[in-house]
Ligand binder design. Sequence first.
Ligand code: SF4
Ligand code: SF4
Length: 116
Amino acid sequence: MPVEHETLTKTGKELKSLNKKKAIRLKCFNCSGWSQKDVKECKTTDCKLYPYRMSENPNSGVQRAKDIKSYCTWCLNTNVHDVKKCVDFSCPIWPFRRGSITDRSREGIVSITDEF
Ligand code: SF4
Ligand code: SF4
């Protein structure tokens, strides 16, 4: 189920309807200075988001959710339990960072108070 989330775009923050596929694509654009070419030619093959950067999912949905969580663990340099504490609300994958299918931040409208 997509979530409405105010997130970073090339032109600033925008309210977007995001699912995991779109969120990863946006995160990769952000990471690559909003260059489609650089996302396609990304050399960081060990990045957890790498297999999904071209809006494809070569793995299962469960694996992709785990990889998002893993990416966030790396990003915060923390353990999996503390990923929920991320306060970078404008990150495209923020609503999906906890990975769990039961994560309530993935249902309906996300508000910044929803998680705390
Ligand atoms: S796969 Fe990782 S390193 Fe490559 S563009 Fe996406 S987020 Fe950046
Ligand atoms: S949601 Fe937070 S921890 Fe995850 S990639 Fe974005 S900024 Fe990093």
